[in-house]
Design a protein around this ligand. Structure first.
Ligand SMILES: [Zn+2]
Length: 469
């Protein structure tokens, strides 16, 4: 019996040696890749990545290369391969006449490695949802889009296209309509939203498991809102309000945005730490949007007329840039304090502290019409650089984009790393971004929807789109 078994085993081994196993086939093989793992902060060299359709199917070592074959091969020798970037605060807006100009800018995100954007509300929801679908179907070149649809604001909304919400009935109707549209989250705006409506929206959205973020009426309290289920806050004003010992007396004065100067001037690091720890414990998200703050901090003095990316921006959108320039000029003439500069100089305190406290920092640029000279894609690279200037490490800044972005939408299983089963939204950089965040500017290639793009190719597409404008 033992003899028979041995014989049988020998035969099997011999057979296995003689048969050549068929090679596993992929649409695309990336060879010689140095994979940047943002979670661990490590780089693994000599890697193979197999991609079919838009999914990573295999990651292995180069010494197994002979086991695989592919239709296309991309040699990433001396390059760094990592997931695409997420811009969690952009806008598509400006009215029906600017729909095409907004659409033509979609490839610009890809030209800077931004493969996913979160639209934070505008006035062209039907178009945005159309693009969202076309990009999924690969009939349109652009980043994946998640959208809030229209913003929710009060009786006199600050932006076109917003839904007016005052009563409890309005809240139900508004959220019903967002539900029907199939939006990805709810965005609130403080043009004229009351604190009661603000809290009511959060509670109603919570019942339907819809995430909420946005601006907050300055009469409201962010800790109370977070306890009710608010998931995140856009920009820094609303979180910083709770970091001022003067917040209660300022709230009683009911002066709305008039309180911001005092809030920034009375930032209390000890109070801030308590606030951040509570928000951090709840898994709260904050999108500082310092990229737009930086542009607006000197928009009336700086000459942007030579900005190279203006070549891709349509005339209609460029016109909208004047609003904020004129506003800044007026504020300057009146001798008003430059609150944008105050926010930026405070950021070295609040950003590292929020991160230490466990708040999920998100990278959002606020690019879009009306937000002067804050260009799609490029502004997200600026946001990453500003996060590092504020005290985060390059790894922490990249985590805010690549890991926290998908985490907001519960998509951790599909994004955040180069691994089998994840979506193949991939960027190839010439230099390691963990060494220096400026290296995010060394983008050579991008993989999106199963296709490899040379960055020069995307610029050529942008140029031809703008020539049609
Ligand atoms: Zn915005």
């Amino acid at each position: 019996m033992i003899k028979k078994l041995t014989l049988c085993f020998t035969t099997t081994v011999l057979l296995a040696c003689c048969q050549t196993r068929p090679k596993e086939n992929f649409d695309l093989l990336i060879v010689n890749a140095s994979i940047v793992d943002v979670k661990s902060g490590e780089v693994s060299v000599g890697k193979l990545i197999g991609i079919t359709n838009d999914t990573i199917r295999m990651v292995d070592n180069m010494d197994h290369e002979n086991k695989f074959e592919s239709t296309i091969k991309l040699d990433a020798e001396n390059n760094y391969v990592m997931p695409g970037l997420w811009d969690m605060h952009v806008h598509f807006r400006g009215g029906d006449t600017l729909i095409d100009e907004n659409k033509n800018l979609l490839p610009l995100f890809l030209a800077y490695g931004v493969t996913t954007v979160r639209d934070a509300g505008g006035d062209m929801t039907a178009s945005v949802m159309g693009w969202q679908e076309q990009i999924k179907q690969r009939t349109l070149l652009g980043p994946n889009i998640y959208t809030s649809g229209p913003k929710l604001d009060g009786a006199n909304p600050a932006w076109e296209g917003s839904l007016k919400v005052e009563t409890h009935d309005d809240i139900k109707k508004a959220i019903d309509s967002l539900d029907l549209l199939g939006v990805d989250y709810v965005k609130m705006y403080d043009g004229s939203l009351t604190k009661e409506a603000f809290y009511g929206i959060i509670q109603e959205a919570e019942k339907r498991s819809l995430k909420t973020t946005g601006h907050m009426p300055l009469s409201a309290d962010i800790l109370k809102a977070a306890r009710l289920g608010l998931d995140g806050s856009e920009h820094m004003y609303y979180v910083l309000k709770s970091c001022s010992p003067a917040q209660d007396s300022l709230t009683r004065l009911n002066i709305g945005f008039g309180m911001i100067e005092t809030i920034l001037g009375t930032y209390d690091p000890i109070l801030a730490r308590q606030v951040f720890l509570e928000l951090g414990a709840q898994g709260f998200y904050v999108t500082p949007t310092n990229a737009v703050v930086k542009v607006l901090s000197d928009v009336s003095e700086r000459d942007h007329s030579k900005d190279s990316l203006l070549a891709y921006i349509g005339e209609g959108i460029i016109k909208t840039y004047q609003n904020r320039v004129e506003g800044a000029k007026k504020a300057r003439a009146l001798g008003r304090r430059n609150l944008y500069q105050d926010i930026l100089s405070l950021s070295t305190q609040y950003i590292p502290e929020m991160n230490r406290a466990g708040i999920n920092i998100l990278t959002g640029s606020d690019s879009g019409a009306f937000n002067s000279y804050c260009y799609p894609g490029e502004s997200l690279i600026k946001e990453l650089i500003l996060l590092v200037e504020s005290g985060l490490t390059p790894q922490q800044a990249l985590k805010a984009s690549i890991i926290n972005g998908p985490h907001f939408f519960g998509l951790d299983d599909f994004y955040g790393s180069i691994a089998a089963g994840k979506v193949a939204d991939i960027i190839v950089l010439r230099k390691n971004p963990l060494d220096d965040i400026e290296n995010t500017k060394t983008l050579a290639k991008l993989i999106k929807g199963g296709k490899v793009y040379d960055i020069k190719e995307i610029h050529a597409i942008l140029k031809s789109l703008n020539d049609q404008n």
